[in-house]
Design a protein around this ligand. Structure first.
Ligand code: TXA
Ligand code: MG
Length: 325
């Protein structure tokens, strides 16, 4: 049985750090989603993460740090990187940076790449890393190809037998994964839209944020997979409900055919995009658990964190022949 420990329990962060130091896997709450954490320098623990998630070994992991100082021991930090880190860390920003030769982050964690993706999470996850004293790799705590968990119960349901301890920090406040970027001299390339909006990154950096070109090789290997695939078929930007569909609402407006809906879930009654992001994966997980077959999702604005919400929904709606196992 998996042990669930409240993050408010005295000594919770220290207990989690001690387990990581022994090479165990611990699920940690972060502001984005729950992560499955291991000591980044411990090759056996890193291998256990790939096994627990059934994750392809070519898909690298994010190294989570407790301070800018800790990050600079593992990746090359220039002034532009430092500026973004100072603006947004701790928070939902991941930067893909050249690995420094001194880094002892295990090569398996970066899937052999010359770069390491780094971020500093908020809250108890950061305390745990601080306690361990070195970086922690933490992919989202879901089996590969499933929605990311935003609560301890969701982690326990999906990975129960494969994780030693889940720290329960309540529902994740942001609800979608971090934004992943790569920096160039005169622009920033968005590898994964996420919890930090492109507008915020543009304002802080003074540089344009461009999407990775659709025809370019995929740079965040996890993005090539149709992740977040629920059991049911998903229809996006629905302005009506068709027979036997389950309606996923955004806001309170009328929707044609709603009376015939198989059921209704609400992302945000107030039409608030941040609230919709926070609720998104829990709603998809519920529809999955209920084995809902057809899902109609109302249009959701694309500004700010809406870009990430629409990205995740598009993946949920992607054709199933590209779903990874
Ligand atoms: O919000 C988050 O980022 C969560 C929480 C737990 O921190 N973590 C997370 O990790 O979403 P994961 O493993 O589910 O997604 C990490 C993504 C993958 O798409 C992976 O391919 C990409 O980051 N990635 C990792 N290292 C990379 C690198 N060196 N270059 C390019 N992409 C990288
Ligand atoms: Mg993931």
């Amino acid at each position: 049985m998996v042990r669930i420990l409240s993050a408010d329990e005295p000594g919770a962060a220290e207990a989690a750090a001690a387990r990581l130091a022994r090479g165990e896997l611990v699920a940690l709450p972060t502001e984005t989603v729950y992560g499955l954490a291991a000591d980044a320098a411990d090759g056996r623990a890193v291998a256990a993460i790939y096994a627990a998630k059934a994750r392809p070994r070519f898909n690298p992991l994010i190294a989570h740090v407790a301070s800018i100082e800790m990050a600079t021991q593992h990746v090359v930090f220039d002034a532009a990187v430092r500026n973004l880190a100072e603006h947004f860390w701790p928070g939902p920003l991941t930067m893909v940076l050249p690995a420094s030769s001194a880094s002892d982050i295990h090569v398996l964690a970066r899937a052999g790449l010359p770069t390491i993706a780094v971020r500093m999470p908020r809250g108890i996850a950061r305390d745990v890393i601080e306690g361990l004293g070195r970086p922690v790799v933490a992919p989202s705590a879901n089996p590969s190809g499933k929605v990311s968990p935003t609560s301890a119960a969701h982690v326990a349901r999906m990975l129960g037998g494969r994780v030693d301890l889940v720290l329960d920090g309540g529902p994740s406040s942001v609800g979608v994964e971090s934004t992943i970027v790569r920096l160039e001299a005169d622009r920033i390339v968005l590898l994964r839209p996420g919890g930090l909006s492109r507008e915020a990154i543009e304002a802080a950096s003074g540089l344009p944020v461009i999407s990775a070109a659709a025809d370019a090789p995929i740079e965040a290997p996890g993005q090539m997979l149709s992740h977040y695939a629920p059991h049911g078929l998903v229809r996006l930007d629905a302005t009506d409900v068709r027979p036997s569909e389950w309606l996923v609402r955004f806001g309170g407006g009328p929707v044609a055919g709603e009376g015939e809906a198989a059921g209704v879930s609400q992302l945000s009654l107030a039409g608030d995009i941040a609230e919709a992001a926070a609720n998104l994966f829990a709603v998809l997980a519920e529809l999955d658990a209920a084995r809902v077959e057809r899902i109609a999702v109302m249009p959701i604005p694309r500004e700010g964190i809406g870009e990430a919400v629409n990205d995740r929904l598009a993946r949920a709606a992607a054709p199933r022949d590209i779903v990874e196992g």
